[in-house]
Ligand binder design. Structure first.
Ligand SMILES: *[C@@H]1O[C@H](CO)[C@@H](O)[C@H](O)[C@H]1NC(C)=O
Length: 146
């Protein structure tokens, strides 16, 4: 009797673990909504958030859509092939064509080496965020006198 209860308990724990693994696998396959420095968005791939999708098109155009409507685009259709969007570590978004040999578009002349991530927000605004390090262990800190 006790062993039946114990095996029922073990079974339900195993079932619980299996469900957790399935849920984790599902969330990993969910669409990405952000890019970190050094990451790329290949041709045919998208970021998505809410009803918005930012797609690096096969024709080299970068398009932000709300449903079927284009709300923003890079106007770079046909300017390259096998294009990809790249978030450079120095904080600039760049569209490159064919193996980084051809530079097609950039987010702007200003760069910020502290940029942390490019995020497509559910409100349809895609933002390149920069953060400032306030402290790190490269600094010693202050010992307070009591
Ligand atoms: C797309 O644009 C049409 C015309 O402006 C508008 O009626 C419709 O609501 C828009 N749809 C989306 C999903 O933005």
């Amino acid at each position: 009797m006790a062993s039946t209860i114990r095996s029922a308990a073990v079974s339900s724990i195993l079932l619980f673990i299996a469900v957790q693994i399935l849920l984790a696998a599902h969330s990993c396959s969910a669409a990405r909504s952000k890019m970190m420095p050094g990451e790329t968005l290949l041709a045919g791939k998208s970021l998505s958030a809410g009803h918005y999708t930012l797609t690096m098109k096969e024709d080299c155009n970068l398009e932000l859509r709300h449903g079927k409507n284009i709300t923003w685009e890079s106007h770079t259709s046909g300017l390259g092939s096998k294009c990809f969007l790249y978030l450079e570590v120095r904080g600039v978004l760049v569209i490159y064509s064919e193996g980084a040999s051809k530079f097609i578009w950039r987010s702007g002349p200003t760069s910020n080496p502290l940029s942390s991530e490019f995020v497509l927000q559910p409100d349809g605004n895609a933002v390149l965020f920069a953060t400032t390090n306030l402290w790190s262990t490269a600094l010693s800190g202050e010992i307070m006198k009591t």
